[in-house]
Ligand binder design. Structure first.
Ligand code: ADP
Length: 266
């Protein structure tokens, strides 16, 4: 591939990580971090060794979604270098800028600083052996995306969108960016989040609040796999807020995220 691996004296970065999978969206608020956290836990539940980098530097939500907001990664010295130990929760190793800044602090970082934070999360964190290292990217297109592909060989990217027109327009830009020669990351597929709503008292009904099949059509247009639709479920939102990912709950949600993990693992 055209991916560049930054060579160090002691070899490539992350030699013990089998797959590096980015989670991206065009627009913010479409459920990218929710999808990344549930996918991480679903992969861990399937027996894989999983890490998750929260690269959404200005809006880190992974610490909340994993109920580890108060945790701080420990640091040890090795050959005069600081090595950061990731925080571990639900079988997933986690690293987020949220662990390093006070919860209320607004992180207003210039591109190069955000990029160097991501580089540090890759090179200075003791990830150990992993089957999957997921990277929850910031929405849109930024320096971070370029830094990522220049720093590590990315296996592929999962695009999260809602079926809504404005979200799809932004997702289209994202897909186009990942296909550009200087980025050139394989697209693992499109997840359509908030695909429909089914009220509990009307279990047969599906209401397409944000439109129907937008993600599916996007996948078809770009000739990439459609990784499925995830409905709008109150417990997905509640689980995110309470820090106990929805994939632990039985029912439709659990199935959707487990299916997603299976498609990504394939
Ligand atoms: P992003 O990372 O794209 O900014 P988030 O994952 O933070 O988006 O999700 C935005 C909000 O929508 C959160 O409050 C989250 O709990 C909620 N949410 C995401 N996906 C769903 C879903 N399928 N059903 C219900 N709420 C959801």
């Amino acid at each position: 591939t055209a991916n560049v691996t930054t060579a160090r004296a002691d070899g490539p970065l992350l030699p013990k990580v089998k797959n590096i999978v980015a989670i991206a969206s065009g627009k913010g608020g479409v459920g990218k971090s929710t999808t990344a956290s549930n996918l991480a836990v679903a992969l861990a539940l399937s027996g894989a060794k999983v890490g998750l980098i929260d690269a959404d530097i200005s809006g880190p939500s992974i610490p909340t979604m994993f109920n580890v907001e108060a945790e701080q990664p420990s640091v040890r010295q090795e050959d005069g270098k600081n090595i950061i130990m990731p925080v571990e929760q639900y079988g997933v190793k986690l690293m987020s800028i949220g662990f390093l800044t006070p919860a209320e602090a607004a992180v207003v970082w210039r591109g190069p600083m955000a990029s160097s934070a991501l580089k540090q999360f890759i090179s200075d964190v003791d990830w150990g052996e992993l089957d999957y290292l997921l990277i929850d990217l910031p929405p849109g297109t930024s320096d971070i995306h370029l830094t990522m592909v220049q720093t590590v060989p990315v296996t592929g990217v999962v695009i999260v969108t809602t079926p809504q027109k404005v979200a799809l327009a932004d997702a289209t830009k994202g897909l186009t960016m990942f296909r550009q020669p200087q980025i050139n990351v394989p697209i693992l597929g499109v997840v359509e989040n908030m695909a429909y709503f089914t009220p509990e008292e009307l279990p047969e009904n599906k209401y397409y609040l944000f439109g129907k099949d937008g993600g599916l059509k996007l996948a078809e247009r770009f000739e990439v796999p459609f990784l499925g639709g995830i409905p709008i479920v109150q417990s997905i939102r509640e689980s995110g807020d309470s820090g106990y990912p929805a994939v632990f709950k039985s029912g439709v949600t659990e199935g959707a995220y487990r299916d997603l993990a299976e498609s990504v693992a394939r």
